[in-house]
Design a protein around this ligand. Structure first.
Ligand code: AP5
Ligand code: ZN
Length: 207
């Protein structure tokens, strides 16, 4: 499968991508994760970090290169975090073909709650939420015992900026896939297991 997961920041793209990859044996291609792993890479525009910490988009030239490298290595994949503007839609069209385009639909207030409460393991990258998915011991990763931290861009003022950037640049992407008839709306509210069931039902009813 070639699966594209669209949705605003905090919609649960990363959470659901991990489950989809385990269940259907796919590779997770996340431009956000790839950029976080190369935060201090020098480019002619500056480092990815400078854009990410401000909640702004990293320039297309940089992200397209990251995407191309990740897609060449993947066979079946779940793509998350890309495309975020119409230029990236064109680039993706030329690079690959998609079997499923899912849009995770979540209320704005829920997004802010999910993002500001997220904690990430500094060792293994596992995601938690202080309220919705807390670790057994506060601040410690269940999986590996590593320390949990808050992503720099999950502080409330940066979260608000990311949501604005999303509305301006990425909502047109959603409209584009709606117009082409490829978009499948998935209710992203409720427990992660329930959202996952909606996604896998949509995949299996199509097989
Ligand atoms: P990126 O890493 O892609 O961040 P994002 O799109 O803002 O998405 P998030 O990772 O914040 O949220 P998510 O939808 O994956 O939700 P998650 O599952 O983690 O991008 C970061 C930055 O990189 C951008 O701002 C930009 O600078 C740059 N960038 C990346 N791609 C780019 C591109 N293509 N072009 C230009 N720049 C780019 O869930 C969030 C929280 O909620 C977690 O704590 C989780 O435990 C919890 N949660 C999840 N699901 C549920 C549920 N159902 N119920 C309760 N809690 C839940
Ligand atoms: Zn860990």
């Amino acid at each position: 499968h070639h699966i594209l997961l669209l949705g605003p920041p905090g919609a649960g793209k990363g959470t659901q991508a991990t489950k989809l990859c385990e269940t259907y044996d796919l590779d997770h291609v996340s431009t956000g994760d790839a950029l976080r792993a190369n935060k201090d890479m020098e480019t002619e525009y500056g480092t990815p970090r400078s854009f990410m910490e401000a909640g702004e988009l990293v320039p297309d030239e940089v992200v397209n290169e990251v995407l191309e490298a990740a897609l060449t290595e993947a066979d079946g994949y779940v793509l998350d975090g890309y495309p975020r503007n119409l230029e990236q839609v064109e680039f993706l069209d030329d690079a690959t073909d998609l079997d499923y385009v899912f849009f995770l639909d979540v209320d704005r207030e829920t997004l802010v709650e999910r993002l500001t409460g997220r904690r990430v393991c500094t060792e293994c990258g596992e995601n938690y939420h202080v309220e919705f998915a807390p670790p057994e011991e506060a601040g410690v990763c269940d999986a590996c015992g590593g320390d949990l931290h808050q992503r720099d861009d999950d502080e409330e003022d940066v979260v608000r900026e990311r949501l604005e950037v999303y509305e301006e640049n990425t909502e047109p992407v959603i409209e584009h896939y709606r117009e082409t008839g490829d978009l499948v709306d998935i209710d992203g509210e409720g427990a992660p297991e329930d959202v996952f069931e909606r996604l896998s039902d949509a995949i299996e009813s199509d097989d």
